[in-house]
Design a protein around this ligand. Structure first.
Ligand SMILES: [Zn+2]
Length: 284
């Protein structure tokens, strides 16, 4: 069942656990993640970046694949189809028109005023179509070997103004995490996280969730993080599994056999992340 992210994230925020945002890159990701989440009976947010959508063949093709797979496999868990780092109103609008139920509009490279004005436009379009919206404050960088993390941390007061002015449903503030592979252990600013959460009282999103130690993940959830984005970890597992499998058998060539092995690796990552993100299970 395709839903927007608002209710499931508000519930997660109130009950202190995090809903996974797993990025999808191809049909194999859709199948492996949806089957696993259905087995676990947990909600999931499928994140699609603009580049991934282009690779798939457009927003509509992604939406059609996800919708058709949900119906084909009778998937009953709540599934959110979400734009990851949408760069413009046009891009978000196209995704919404194609059937996406949630969008992130990332105008964080602009001034606060411009960010607010772009996000407001997206919120206006999204709200009347029952689509949830995520915005970003600060700058969440992408790790590059040999380079410093160039994230600009979110200012709590700017976050407050931003949320009040735009009416977004959840916020991604830059807090020290980064995309890609961490070259040194990430240092999240938990005081800032708590301060922002106390001020805005809507779910917070942690980007760059791959490679953050589990204790920092749990601490983040306690401090208001309700959605955690994971992408790199899946890609690494997928690539490693294929690399090893092909090296171990020089004669294998069957596509579905190779992808079947790779999908098992995705399933493992999804299960592992879910066990950490759902803090309620530890308390039972
Ligand atoms: Zn991100």
């Amino acid at each position: 069942m395709l839903v927007n992210a608002k209710e499931i994230l508000n519930k997660a925020y109130a009950e202190h656990y995090a809903v996974p945002h797993f990025n999808i890159n191809s049909l194999e990701w859709v199948k492996a993640i949806l089957d696993t989440m259905q087995e676990l009976n947990k909600s999931v947010i499928l994140g699609v970046s603009e580049k991934a959508a282009e690779y798939f063949g457009g927003w509509k093709l992604v939406a059609d694949i996800v919708k058709d797979y949900i119906s084909f496999k009778n998937i009953t868990i709540p599934v959110v189809l979400h734009v990851d780092h949408g760069k413009s109103f046009e891009s978000c609008k196209n995704a919404i028109d194609a059937g996406f139920t949630s969008v992130m509009i990332d105008a964080s490279s602009f001034s606060l005023e411009q960010n607010i004005s772009i996000v407001k436009q997206v919120v206006e379009y999204a709200k009347t179509r029952n689509v949830s919206v995520e915005g970003e404050i600060g700058h969440i960088s992408t790790q590059e070997v040999g380079k410093e993390n160039v994230s600009v941390l979110a200012d709590p007061e700017e976050c407050q103004i931003f949320v009040r002015e735009t009416g977004i449903d959840f916020l991604a503030p830059a807090l020290g995490s980064a995309h890609g592979i961490y070259v040194s252990e990430p240092k999240l600013d938990f005081d800032r996280m708590k301060k922002i959460s106390d001020l805005i009282k809507i779910p917070l999103v942690l980007h760059g969730g791959s490679g953050i130690p589990d204790d920092q993940i749990r601490k983040s959830i306690k401090n208001g993080i309700s959605k955690i984005n994971v992408n790199t970890e899946f890609q690494q597992a997928f690539a490693d599994e294929i690399r090893n499998f092909l090296a171990s058998d020089k004669n294998v060539y069957a596509y579905r056999k190779i992808m079947g092995i790779a999908m098992k690796a995705l399933e493992k990552v999804a299960k592992n992340r879910c066990s950490v993100f759902d803090c309620r299970e530890k308390e039972k």
